[in-house]
Write a new protein. Structure first.
Length: 650
């Protein structure tokens, strides 16, 4: 039998099978067969594959944590913008989530396209962009390192992470920006745009109010039929109740005292808060060198860099002029090699080792960095004006105690989480072991509640499936800085139909309102049809007991929101033709309409349009057209790449 098996696995057929297996292993690796991957993305962007469409294509995942971080930033921005009018539950809509996801997908597409094209951003280009950001400027309009640090702290970003984001933005936006920059607009287009945008219209309208006839009250059968056919309108909301524990750092005792050494160390680490630290202004000249340069190319680049350094050290040398002449760094070349204030860690250890050992006015020997040889000029040392340690000692001590309180808080909440992980189905044992009182709420809905349930983060956690359905103890729910709760759902009351007998008047009112709305629409459409057939407008006005109103020279901007539908309808109508009137309906409220016609169209007046205005408008039109081209570029990438969305992870 063994011999038979051996015979059947020999020869040309077995050779083909083994060859296929070997090729497959070469492409995909043995590890892919031995390990199980767990996908954790909300969207995956894949480029066309190579090698006969099998492997080698670009791919980028938008992971759940990236989506959650961006969505949270959007939530915080909208909360700041709307204040008390912010609707947390409405914000969690599918449309908002898809909007954020589409932004991330566009960024991933641009990043893959830039990667494919070999687009990179140098450190100097990144720093130039950061230095130009007005949000980091001081009162003198120049880059302020202190302002920069404070701004990054407010965004909860490190300098390294922010530089990565800037670098990604520079790379991702290069091609769309170049496309947009190629667009232009001529004088004829400017004039046509102005004539259209400044156009006014003479409008005649007739308000069509609701009918004055009182509708017959609905019968019990009609109310019952309406109630039965609109079940979702008459259901109580889903309710839950929770038990919870609360941990607030503000109420935690700290049994340590700030010693002098700790305070002085903290002062050194946070000195920028107390004034402007010393600033070391630098310039540089880059002699670029490819990553895989040959020894001969390296030697030539080093020789060139040494020659430049010698020229820069010569009496009366103009370093900025030399940078403009010799530097290969496009980001700083035109600015004379200016790097602005340089802090440690920005350009790497090798740069720091040389630069921070120099004296003002010195020019360094060539410094080898990944992109080539750098000749560094320490231009100037700008003295800072930081407050002395003694003046801020009390503040430092308060901060030290606060940080210790936060440490105690973090240690305590860490222990709480560990205890919960031991038994995620129960909250009481963990609370008892850590001597935390367990509190309870009454029933509350997704929209609101009393006490702790009035807080949106608490309601969101309570209605999550892991808590509401599985009855697990929640993760830490932050309700304020260093203030958290941990909760467990103890009761769920499902939505239920509200008995008709208890809400009959409400149902009857809803039915009557629906009938009134439909009657108003039918009446308005009937009058529109009669007007289009040529019936005299004054006759129609007498019938609805409203005057015909003439409004001359209305613009595209409605004077108030109530008239916006009327203005919109007027500007959708065609130009009037002699002997023929066009009519449209404008819906002012659910049961009020207006019959609208245009009696004259007046093109925008171009009198007094000066050259500066024309130039500005040409630039604006070109910019708008460029934005369309940039959008078209991204839309084109969407057709080239495959986009897979995990709807269940949104």
């Amino acid at each position: 039998m063994l011999q038979a098996i051996r015979d059947k696995t020999s020869g040309w057929f077995a050779t083909i099978i083994l060859t296929m297996i070997i090729v497959t292993m070469a492409f995909f690796g043995v590890n892919d067969y031995m390990t199980r991957s767990v996908d954790d993305y909300v969207a995956r962007v894949e480029g066309p594959k190579k090698f006969f469409g099998l492997v080698g294509g670009q791919m980028r995942d938008i992971e759940v944590r990236d989506f959650a971080e961006r969505f949270d930033r959007m939530r915080q921005a909208e909360r700041r913008e709307k204040g008390k009018d912010f609707d947390a539950l409405a914000f969690e809509s599918k449309a908002n989530k898809r909007k954020v996801l589409d932004q991330l997908i566009d960024e991933a597409l641009l990043a893959l396209a830039a990667e494919k094209a070999g687009v990179v951003a140098s450190k100097a280009a990144v720093q130039k962009r950061i230095l130009a950001e007005t949000g980091f400027h001081g009162s003198d309009g120049k880059f302020d390192p202190n302002q920069y640090r404070l701004a990054l702290q407010s965004m909860n970003l490190t300098a390294q992470r922010y530089e990565e984001l800037v670098r990604e933005e520079l790379v991702n936006t290069l091609v769309p920006a170049e496309l947009a920059a190629t667009e232009f607009a001529g004088d004829a287009e400017v004039e046509a745009f102005l004539k259209l945008s400044r156009q006014t219209r003479d409008v005649r309208f007739l308000e069509i109010p609701p009918t004055e006839e009182a509708p017959a009250p609905p019968t019990d059968a009609e109310v019952k039929a309406w109630y039965d056919t609109h079940p979702t309108q008459y259901r109580s909301p889903e309710l839950v109740a929770v038990e919870y524990v609360e941990v607030d750092a503000a109420g935690m005792a700290v049994d340590v005292v700030a010693d002098e050494d700790s305070l002085r160390k903290r002062y050194q680490e946070t000195q920028a808060k107390y004034g402007t630290p010393d600033q070391r202004l630098a310039s540089h000249i880059l002699v670029a060198l490819a990553e895989k340069a040959t020894p001969a190319q390296q030697a030539a680049a080093l020789a060139k860099a040494r020659d430049i350094a010698a020229k820069a050290r010569a009496a009366g040398a103009d370093f900025a002029a030399l940078a403009r002449q010799y530097s290969d760094d496009i980001g700083s070349k035109d600015a004379g090699g200016d790097l602005g204030p340089v802090d440690k860690g920005v350009f790497g250890d090798e740069f720091d080792k040389v630069f921070f050992a120099m004296q003002p006015g010195q020019v360094s020997d060539p410094v080898r960095l990944p992109d080539g040889y750098h000749v560094i000029h320490f231009r100037e040392l700008v003295a800072g004006n930081a407050k002395p340690f003694e003046d801020v000692r009390a503040e430092l001590e308060a901060e030290f105690l606060q940080s210790e309180r936060e440490r105690v808080f973090n240690d305590f909440t860490g222990k709480l989480v560990d205890k919960i992980y031991d038994d995620p189905n129960q909250l009481v044992p963990a609370a008892q072991e850590l001597k935390l009182p367990v509190m309870r709420t009454g029933l509350f809905s997704r929209a609101g509640g009393d006490g702790i349930a009035a807080l949106e983060p608490v309601r969101k956690a309570a209605f999550a499936d892991t808590q509401k359905t599985d009855r697990l103890v929640s993760d830490l729910v932050e309700i304020a800085p260093n203030h958290v709760v941990v909760l467990r759902v103890t009761e769920v009351k499902a939505p239920a139909a509200i008995p008709l007998a208890t809400i009959r008047e409400r149902v009857a009112a809803d039915l009557a309102a629906d009938r009134a709305t439909k009657a108003a629409k039918a009446r308005a459409e009937s009058i529109l049809a009669r007007a289009r057939k040529g019936e005299d407008l004054q006759v129609l006005a007498a019938e609805v007991k409203r005057p015909v109103s003439d409004v001359p020279a209305i613009t595209r901007e409605a004077p108030n929101p109530q008239l916006a539908p009327l203005v919109d309808a007027a500007f959708r109508l065609p130009r009037p033709v002699a002997g023929r009137n066009e009519f449209a309906l404008a819906k002012l409220t659910p049961d009020r309409y207006a019959l609208v016609s245009v009696t004259a169209v007046n093109d925008g007046d171009l009198t007094g349009l000066d050259a500066a205005t024309r130039t500005r408008l040409r630039q604006q039109l070109a910019s708008m057209r460029g934005a369309v081209e940039a959008r078209a570029y991204v839309d084109g990438l969407r057709k080239q790449y495959t986009i897979k969305i995990a709807e269940d992870r949104l």
